[in-house]
Design a protein around this ligand. Sequence first.
Ligand SMILES: [Mg+2]
Ligand SMILES: [Zn+2]
Length: 202
Amino acid sequence: MLPGQRISSIVSQHAIKKAAFFDRDGIINVNHGYVHSIEKFEFMDGIVEVMLHVQSLGYDIVVVTNQSGIARGMYTEDDFMLLNKWMCEQLIEQGIVITQTYFCPHHPSVGDSIYTKDCECRKPKAGMLFQAAKDYDFKLERSIFIGDNRSDMESAIAAKIRSGYWLTSTKDRGKVFTILSQHSNLTTLYQINELRECLHLI
Ligand SMILES: [Mg+2]
Ligand SMILES: [Zn+2]
């Protein structure tokens, strides 16, 4: 064995695994409301650059998405997974690897099926983040979250994620942002108006 190979294997053994968690609707694709078909799936401006950027910094890309459209009977888990597969294939063509997608098909009150329940995975809870950390040994305190809803940031705070990047513009959300920031001792929140701001913040 060459010395160089030994060193690289030692380094990789001790490399800290960290995730860049991405919400889907409103971050990866334009939020047209319960998007569940390829025809309605429109990639967000800047998302490819941001994903390539975090990937180059050593983050695994993980999608965490609430999909209550399943509980609402608007589409099935299979529909979701088919679209997810297509999405991953489109990103692979850009050189982006999605390590895993976690989705919550539930809703606490709407619908009348196995999906109507008060689960642990629906954001603002942190179930999907904890599951990912368990599955891939991610250090959550080294991981980041990019989302467009208050519930994304609350989920990040609940999981003690290092930084949350909140894509939002309205004044009202600015107020909520201040309140949330006061409650996040371990998570630093950044408000962004455009995805590409992540390129110099992360
Ligand atoms: Mg969203
Ligand atoms: Zn759930």
